[in-house]
Design a protein. Structure first.
Lengths: 307, 249, 273
């Protein structure tokens, strides 16, 4: 058990190190060097002398790995550097955005789970029935819709055609409705598809036949099926978090929700690299940690699975 | 002879769109051990499924009567106990036995009687009931799971116990132990047992009567000694030839 | 048995029907030059935001461009980019997977560890950052999505190579003195083609969603080049006045993705039968 835990932690750390290296290298992927980018993003005329001074100031003359190491240490301390745009520290901006994104993402996630859980149970129990076919049709279509499309269509029909909601979200509950809907619809559909498959797999398991053979009541069989599905459901949820993160960038930009996704899109437009790097580091870390946690949780739920 | 418990009259049934049972007539008497012997595909498992009113089997003709009444799924557990081939298949592998025993009993509106259960455990050669009940099926061996499955069937005190190939997934010594336990069950609890197997040796050891199934029909039925010593049907003769050393008790 | 073949037949019909529809879409967009009634890039001050009519079947956008022609040309951009990306990922992934599966050892360990790590990243987050930083139009968007896309191909190809490798005929070829390259190309590659191609097919819908999403964000095609995602993004600003400039490319996106996803699902079902 201790050995497993150590392996888990080592793999977690190694993934995060590769992620951070990858993010740091990103800055060098773009044309031009960071000093030049910084100057152009601030609108300074780039001359040789200004550029050299800036390079010196940013420590760009040191070897690459040294710079990476120094940067990593700062990131671990929670210091993501200063914005190219206004020289303000990046971290507070990211955290403020993260808070709003979390509100949006968690609301969407919980809503999607609440809906998809019941629908997928219904769909699995009534396999090939009318309800199942309708649910499957809708979840197939919803799964094929990009969320930017859903949000544009929702906007058109709900805000413009029947004027139910204001077009631009305010940071309140009413403003939350449209972005949450846009994120929830495709996610619900994906959850339904995956959970339905999981429930159907469990329903075919040997123990269900065994219980049926002892005349065990249907509700107890359902309890057993749900109990055994939990492990996989954790994995399904954890994998959707990544899609949710990508989706929230799109949705926040469309509805001007002041989250980390909108922040990063603004920063991409402004070529404000430290914010983009901080964004990937934060989202990547959250995603990696959530996935490792879900591995551990599903192992606790089903000790037969490998950790 | 003794009173009849289960009567099958002229039963024809299909499974997966092909006919596998043709005109089966069979009576099971109270207190006996009846072995149904046949190779895979002979329809013996389908017969068991039909008795259990499994939805995948479609009865096209005939009746199955338990104590003069038509068999239905509601009889499963309380009147007809079923133990299946796969010893791991009886229980949810991830939950403790005691919860699953309680769910089984509650489904039949009964409470867990610890004393009765430990009695059954003793008969089955299981020691330390308390500890066993706290364990989960995936932590235990196939043989142990098989015994627990039999115990779960017996706690409901069915009059008839259907055992479908319960020894084929076990190794030889465990299989012999299981057979001994079934014999003890009959003598101590008086359960009627229908034992389905492809193994003539086991049938010879355990059965009062033997029914031979071949291509969806019962080709021969009678006292175990008669059928196995003086087979009448060619198929039975063939079967017996294929068993190299048959010990008849 | 009878049951299985009937289901197989039904699935095959489903696949053929969907494949025909998919082919129609591909053809319509490939021959956009012939089918389009108007120049998709010609702006016209006199015909701004015109409702659908005889001259402009899907109406015109904010600059007076023909939406129908742009939908056709835009489809070409999206579909060509999707196919190219899926094909390159397929190529890279399959080669890596076969090499890992065939040779094993340190190469396998390192590359598969890398693949695991790639899968541990949130794909869209990485893609948005990479596309944003690269700022290289559609190529940037394709690179951004491709970073993680090869992994599924590599894993699939690797596991199939593993199981094929130990077959007797491979051993025979090896002892007959055939080169590794020969064995991989002649014996292994054809045998893993079916499952890997199925995977490629199921990736098309997701890739299309990803690429048009990046374009919608302005991280894909560079205007004025027509692309469905960016058309929807542009048209969004004046959706109240000219909804057709959004609804038609939206409809095209939905139909195309649904058809390709359905085809992928059907082929996957067929392979499992």
């Amino acid at each position: 058990m201790i050995k497993k835990a150590i392996v888990k932690i080592v793999s977690l750390i190694s993934i995060l190190i590769v992620l951070s290296f990858f993010v740091f290298a990103l800055l060098y992927l773009a044309p031009g060097d960071p000093a030049e980018k910084r100057l152009t993003s601030q609108g300074v005329a780039v001359t040789k002398e200004v550029l050299d001074a800036e390079r010196e100031r940013l420590g760009l003359l040191k070897p690459f790995l040294v710079r990476y190491g120094e940067w990593l240490v700062r990131v671990i301390r929670g210091d993501f550097g200063v914005s190219f745009k206004d020289d303000m520290p990046v971290a507070p901006k990211l955290y403020a955005g993260l808070k709003n994104t979390t509100i949006l993402a968690m609301t969407s996630l919980l809503l999607s789970l609440a809906i998809s859980f019941w629908l997928s149970i219904l769909s699995a129990i009534r396999k090939n029935g009318i309800a199942d076919n309708i649910i499957r049709l809708f979840s197939f279509i919803g799964n094929s819709l990009p969320n930017f499309l859903i949000s544009v269509l929702l906007m058109y029909f709900l805000c413009i055609k029947i004027k139910l909601f204001p077009v631009i979200a305010k940071g309140n509950v009413q403003g939350l409705f449209m972005p949450v809907m846009s994120l929830s619809i495709p996610m619900t559909c994906r959850f339904i598809r995956q959970m339905r498959t999981e429930f159907l797999t469990q329903m075919k398991a040997d123990y269900v036949v065994g219980m049926w053979g002892r005349g065990v009541k249907g509700r107890y069989i359902v309890i057993n099926i749900l109990r055994n599905s939990i492990g996989h459901i954790f994995t399904i949820i954890a994998l959707q978090i990544g899609t949710l993160m990508g989706g929230s960038v799109v949705i926040e930009t469309i509805f001007r929700w002041p989250g980390i996704g909108k922040l990063v899109m603004d920063s991409i437009t402004a070529r404000d690299y430290p914010v983009i790097m901080g964004f990937v580091i934060i989202m990547g870390t959250i995603y990696v940690v959530i996935n490792q946690l879900s591995d551990i949780l599903s192992h606790c739920m089903d000790p037969r699975t490998n950790l | 002879m003794a009173e009849s418990l289960l009567q099958i009259r002229n039963l024809s049934a299909s499974y997966d769109e092909s006919f596998v049972l043709k005109g089966i007539d069979l009576t099971v008497y109270k207190g006996e051990i009846l072995c149904i012997v046949g190779e895979s595909g002979s329809g013996k498992s389908t017969l068991i499924k039909a008795i259990c009113s499994d939805k995948s089997v479609r009865v096209t003709e005939g009746d199955i009567l338990f104590r003069e009444k038509r068999c239905g799924h509601e009889l499963l557990g309380s009147s007809i106990g079923l133990v299946q081939q796969n010893p791991e298949g009886a229980f949810n592998p991830l939950r403790a036995f005691d919860v699953q025993f309680k769910e089984t009993l509650k489904s039949h509106k009964r409470e867990l009687d610890k004393k009765k259960l430990s009695g059954i455990f003793t008969t089955l050669g299981l020691k330390d009931a308390e500890k066993l009940l706290k364990m989960k099926p995936f932590e235990m061996s196939g043989g142990m799971n098989q015994r627990m499955a039999i115990a779960a069937s017996l706690i409901l005190e069915p009059e008839l116990l259907l055992c479908d190939e319960i020894t084929s997934a076990l190794d030889v010594s465990t299989a012999i132990a299981a057979v001994d336990e079934l014999l003890r069950l009959r003598s101590e609890l008086g359960v009627t047992i229908v034992f389905v197997t492809h193994n003539l040796g086991i049938a010879a050891n355990i059965a009062d009567r033997v029914a031979i199934m071949y291509q969806g029909k019962i080709v021969e039925i009678g006292d175990a000694g008669d059928v196995l010593r003086n087979p009448k049907h060619d198929y039975t003769k063939g079967l017996l030839r294929d068993v190299p050393k048959l010990k008849l008790s | 048995m009878k049951h299985g073949t009937r289901r197989e037949k039904r699935l095959r019909n489903r696949i053929i029907a969907t494949a025909v529809l998919a082919l129609l879409i591909i053809l319509a967009t490939t021959f956009a030059g012939i089918l389009a009634p108007n120049d998709p890039y010609a702006t016209s001050a006199s015909s701004i935001r015109m409702a659908p009519g005889a001259q402009y079947p899907f109406g015109t956008d904010n600059l007076g461009r023909c939406v129908f022609s742009r939908v056709l040309y835009g489809g070409r951009t999206t579909i060509a980019a999707t196919f190219l990306l899926v094909f390159i990922s397929f190529l890279i992934g399959t080669v890596i997977g076969m090499l890992c599966g065939y040779y094993g050892g340190i190469l396998d360990t390192v590359l598969m560890r890398l693949a695991d790590i790639m899968l541990a990243f949130p794909q869209m987050v990485v893609a948005i950052a990479v596309a944003g930083i690269l700022n290289a139009g559609m190529t940037g968007a394709m690179v951004a999505l491709g970073i993680t896309m090869w992994v599924s191909f590599a894993r699939l190809a690797r596991s199939h190579t593993f199981s094929i490798k130990n077959e007797a005929y491979i051993q025979a070829a090896f002892f007959a003195g055939k080169s590794d390259f020969y064995i991989i190309m002649v014996h292994i590659f054809p045998n893993l083609l079916a499952p890997v191609l199925t995977n490629a097919l199921t990736q098309i819908g997701t890739t299309m969603i990803g690429l048009s999403g990046l374009s919608f964000l302005g991280l894909g095609v560079v205007p004025p080049k027509a692309e469905w995602g960016s058309m929807i993004s542009e048209g969004r600003a004046y959706i109240q006045i000219a909804p057709w400039a959004v609804l038609f490319p939206a409809l095209a996106t939905i139909i195309t993705i649904i058809i390709f996803n359905y085809l992928g699902d059907a082929v996957m079902d067929y392979m499992e039968v």
